[in-house]
Structures are given as structure tokens and as C-alpha cells.
Design a protein around this ligand. Structure first.
Ligand SMILES: NC(=O)c1ccc[n+]([C@@H]2O[C@H](COP(=O)([O-])OP(=O)(O)OC[C@H]3O[C@@H](n4cnc5c(N)ncnc54)[C@H](OP(=O)(O)O)[C@@H]3O)[C@@H](O)[C@H]2O)c1
Length: 349
């Protein structure tokens, strides 16, 4: 049976994404599952991979991009007992999501409860899980604490705001001017990152909350020298979670800047025991899943429960067929989406 997927044969701009057709369905091997993909998330990390700059994936080429998918188990290989045919599952696959079918190892698949919209559910494996684990797995903040979200209008940023509201936290978020309404729609205070020095504004906004001012935690994926600005917003004892190197990914900074950013996190954390010291860590979803697979499954199940109960509200800004992948990446690269674009591989263009 012929089926389609998006193929990247060389790293580069959005033009390297092309739709290809396969004539036969691949058979799952031992421990594998063939998934009929119902929704594939798109986002900045896919663009990072497409450019050939993502440390966690350098090929082989050609490959099918797509960091996360939700789909129906279509066939199971020998030894697979954790999922059954017809079950809807989610996967953090890193690559492979932009396709009508995907072969995936069964061990990391998480069941998706009945009745969920696949496009909303596919916001969970990367964006919401990253946000949830960063908010809960390093420390639990008390209700009423204030956090700073850098890039608050993005997929992870809006997930952080959404979950912060669920946990009773106050949030301040940086974004571009056009996305201020998105950030404010989550009850957060929005700051245009192009309009001036957000550090001074954050310190002023938090001055009354704590005698010394500052936020309880900050989340920053810009990386490099930007970590120092986020760190400067912390209250004594506060926590900076770095989780990206966006400036390096888009070529606005080099590898050295990104590496120095990581080194800074380590050195700040080493000094956290001093009076008024502040903590800093780096979060990496795939490294954490490898180290703590049970947390991954438990946290995904918690988030799907919250989605089923309509306690969280993923922002899906568009639902498009595979043939739109190139245009979607051009939009991601231009920025300012204010949420996630989801590819629906069975949608007819
Ligand atoms: N470590 C991990 O495990 C992990 C997991 C998931 C994602 N990530 C990383 O997290 C980052 C965000 O991913 P995403 O999917 O949420 O991307 P996204 O949806 O494209 O969002 C990116 C956000 O960054 C904002 N932004 C760009 N330049 C900025 C600046 N100078 N200051 C403040 N904000 C700025 C954009 O704001 P405007 O659009 O309003 O301009 C947008 O809100 C990426 O670097 C990704 O690779 C890491």
C-alpha cells in the first residue's frame, strides 16, 4: 500500500523538506510497533534538526523529521505486550513524525486516553512534558511564587504558562510585541523582549513580593549569554533552568557561546551554597527520559489526564497536511507563531 512521508536528504533551509512516497508498508521487527500517525507536532527543535545544528541528531541522511507523534498502533512485532493493535499512543521520537506511518520501539510509547483530539494530544510529548518536568522534577514551587518564562509565546513557553496557572504560580513572560495577547491570555504579565532591558523590569515587578526582589525560578532556552540575564532576575535561593541554545541554533551565536552558557550554569550552581546563593541546572528531555524512564511515562500519563479534564489548554495555531511541511518550517523560522502548528498526515491538501 503506498504511503507518504516527509524526507530530508541534506541539512539546510525549509526547501530541503520534500514529500516522498513509499510503495509498501514496513513490517515491525521484534519489540517494534508500526504506528498510523494521526498527528505530528512541529516546532523549533525540528528546525534545529533540519539545519544540522542539533547536538542530539546528526543523521544518517535521508531522514524523516518530526520530534513527536500521536497515532494508532497498526501492527506489532514479536515480543510486544505493552500496547495492542488499535490503541492510540504518543511517542517522543526525535525524528520520524512527519509521516503517515512510523516504525517505533514499543518501550517508550505512552497510551493516549480515548476521546482526545490527536492535535491537542501531540502537544504533550515534547512541549508540555518539558514544561511539566522543569516545573516539578527539580523543585516544587509553593502556590503564589513567581516564575519568569523566556520565550513565553512559544510551544514550551505557553505550556509553562498554562501549567504555572494550574499550579497556582504567577508568571512573567517575555515574547515579541505581536504575541503579548497570547501570553496575557494565560494570566501572565507579558514583556516585549525587544522593548528594553527585561531584567530591570522583572526586578521592579517583583520588588514588593520579596524584600530583595526577584523570581523564584526562571526558564530560558535562548542560551549563551542570555542565561546571565535570566540568572540576574532570580531571588536569593532561586532556580534557573536552562533548556536550550536557541541563539546558536539560528546561527546568531557560535558553539563556544552555547558551551560557555552551559559552563556558567555549572559554576553558578557550584556557588549556590553561599549566602543568598542561587541554583542553576540544564534540562534535556531525552537525557532525562533515558535516565528516568518511569518518570517519563508517569508524567505523560498525568498530562494526558489533565488534558482529558480540560485543565490544560495547548495552543494549536494550525492543522495542515504533510505537503505543507516546507511552508510550516518557513513560518517556524520566521518566529512569532504564538503556539504549535500540527501536521495531520491523512489530511488531504
Ligand atoms: N532541552 C529540552 O529538553 C528542550 C525541549 C523542548 C524544546 N527545547 C528548546 O526550547 C526552545 C523553544 O522551543 P519551542 O518549541 O517552544 O519553540 P517555539 O515555539 O518556536 O518558541 C520559541 C520562542 O522563543 C521566543 N524568542 C525568540 N527569540 C527570543 C529572545 N531573544 N528573547 C525571548 N524570546 C525569544 C519566540 O518569541 P516570539 O515568537 O514571540 O518572537 C518564541 O516564543 C527551542 O530552542 C527548543 O530547541 C528544549
Amino acid at each position: 500500500m503506498p504511503w507518504q512521508h516527509v524526507r530530508v536528504a541534506r541539512f539546510g533551509g525549509p526547501e530541503v523538506l520534500e514529500v516522498a512516497e513509499q510503495s509498501t508498508l514496513p513490517a515491525p521487527g521484534p519489540g517494534e510497533v508500526r504506528i498510523k500517525v494521526l498527528a505530528a507536532g512541529t516546532g523549533f527543535t525540528d528546525s534545529f534538526i533540519r539545519r544540522g545544528r542539533y547536538p542530539g541528531f546528526k543523521g544518517p541522511l535521508p531522514f524523516t523529521p518530526g520530534y513527536e507523534l500521536v497515532g494508532m498502533v497498526d501492527a506489532t512485532g514479536s515480543g510486544v505486550t505493552s500496547v495492542r493493535q488499535g490503541q492510540v499512543v504518543a511517542d517522543l521520537c526525535v525524528v520520524g513524525g512527519y509521516a503517515q506511518y512510523a516504525l517505533r520501539p514499543a518501550r517508550f510509547l505512552v497510551p493516549v486516553p480515548d476521546g482526545l483530539d490527536p492535535a491537542q494530544a501531540v502537544c504533550v510529548p515534547l512541549a508540555y512534558l518539558t514544561a511539566y518536568q522543569m516545573l516539578t522534577r527539580h523543585r516544587r514551587l509553593p502556590r503564589g511564587a513567581t516564575i519568569l518564562v523566556i520565550g513565553a509565546s512559544g510551544s514550551v513557553g505557553t505550556a509553562l504558562l498554562d501549567l504555572a496557572r494550574w499550579f497556582g504560580l504567577n508568571a512573567i513572560g517575555t515574547c515579541s510585541a505581536a504575541n503579548i495577547p497570547t501570553v496575557e491570555s494565560f494570566g501572565a504579565t507579558a514583556l516585549d523582549y525587544r522593548a528594553g532591558d527585561f531584567v530591570a523590569v522583572v526586578r521592579r515587578l517583583t520588588a514588593n513580593a520579596d524584600a530583595s526582589g526577584g523570581v523564584a525560578a526562571a526558564f530560558d532556552a535562548i542560551g549563551g549569554g542570555h542565561f546571565a540575564r535570566s540568572f540576574a532576575c532570580l531571588a536569593p535561593g532561586g532556580l534557573l533552568v536552562g533548556y536550550g541554545a536557541q541563539q546558536m541554533a539560528v546561527g546568531a551565536a557560535g558553539w563556544l557561546s552555547a558551551a560557555l552558557g552551559l559552563a556558567r550554569l555549572k559554576s553558578w550552581d557550584a556557588l549556590s551554597g553561599l549566602p543568598g546563593g542561587r541554583h542553576a541546572v540544564f534540562y534535556d528531555i531525552t537525557a532525562r527520559r533515558a535516565a528516568h524512564p518511569d518518570d517519563f511515562v508517569a508524567d505523560m500519563a498525568t498530562l494526558f489526564g489533565l488534558l482529558r479534564d480540560q485543565a490544560i489548554h495547548p495552543v494549536v495555531v494550525d492543522r495542515l497536511p504533510l505537503v505543507a511541511a516546507r511552508a510550516v518550517h518557513a513560518r517556524i523560522d520566521a518566529g512569532g507563531q504564538g503556539g504549535k502548528i500540527v501536521l495531520l498526515p491523512w489530511l488531504v491538501a
